[in-house]
Design a protein around this ligand. Structure first.
Ligand SMILES: O=C(O)[C@H](O)COP(=O)(O)O
Length: 277
């Protein structure tokens, strides 16, 4: 694959606030968690359990309000093991009056493991290694960041997360020490196909609150995006988007963002940017 990162805009379809309720239709709503403290400080986060920033909390609330305005209701939610996703999901479910929505969590929906880059400022790395290299680490399909060794500053912090430790014992699977989008897809797509899709097919209304690379994995798979084109797809935080499927799980409508077009475009530009110190 080409490791170059294209800077083209992605096509957006934006629904009006009053989109139809999801009764009798195979609709899945996806959202990236609100901004984390580490994202606010422009730091590679990955499996580190950074909490939502104040801005991230507001983004989660905005996300919840958009869903409320459009009368969305759900039967089940899926999320990662990471607190920023749970905080976002809790804000949403509380705001739409569904605090007791069943939630399934899995390491397979964690953000990609950013390997040795975890904890480093993106702009500082761009100064040291060049912006092009940092964008290749961030957005290319299959270029792996260097792995996180046991001596890494944040290795123990990740492995002290009780949820990660617990799933490492029960899942019997080898957890990554670094991942590109490709490796992330290799764990996300089987979870989508084997765990989430059967519930969509039996009519459940599904909400997925996850992370940028997990959502890019699903978009690549569902929309059959090429290895090259996926490089220019960025996911704004805290803005819900909707897929609709037919009975055979063929995509009928794809990636419809809810809400204000300007806010969506700003969110995408923010997600694309390396940012500053
Ligand atoms: O893990 C992270 O650092 C963020 O969730 C996403 O960062 P990125 O936009 O640089 O991939």
């Amino acid at each position: 694959m080409s490791s170059s990162v294209r800077k083209t805009a992605i096509p957006l379809s934006v629904s009006p606030p009053s989109s139809p309720v999801m009764t009798g239709r195979r609709i899945v709503v996806l959202a990236r968690h609100g901004e984390s403290e580490w994202s606010k400080n422009n730091i590679f986060c990955g499996w580190y359990d950074s909490l939502l920033s104040d801005r991230g909390t507001n983004e989660a609330l905005e996300c919840a309000e958009l869903l409320k305005q459009s009368n969305y209701e759900f039967d089940r939610a899926y999320t990662s093991l990471l607190t920023r996703a749970h905080q976002t999901l809790n804000i949403i479910t509380e705001h739409i009056g569904q605090s007791s929505l069943p939630v399934e969590e899995s390491w397979r929906l964690n953000e990609r493991h950013y390997g040795a880059l975890t904890g480093y400022n993106k702009a500082e790395l761009a100064t040291k290694y060049g912006e092009k290299q940092v964008q290749i680490w961030r957005r290319s399909f299959d270029v792996l960041p260097p792995p996180m060794e046991a001596t890494h500053k944040y290795y123990r912090a990740i492995w002290r997360n009780p949820k990660i430790v617990a799933q490492s014992y029960t899942s019997n699977e080898k957890f990554p020490s670094t991942e590109s989008l490709k490796e992330t897809m290799e764990r996300v797509i089987p979870y989508w196909d084997n765990t989430i899709v059967p519930n969509i097919q039996r009519g459940q209304r599904i909400l997925i609150v996850a992370h940028g690379t997990v959502l890019r994995s699903l978009i690549k798979y569902l929309d059959n995006v090429s290895d090259n084109d996926i490089c220019s797809i960025n996911i704004p935080s805290g803005i819900p988007f909707v897929y609709e499927f037919d009975d055979d799980m063929k995509v009928i409508s794809s990636r419809t963002f809810l809400g204000d077009k300007k806010r969506i475009e700003e969110g995408i530009a923010r997600a694309a940017s390396i940012g500053s110190h």
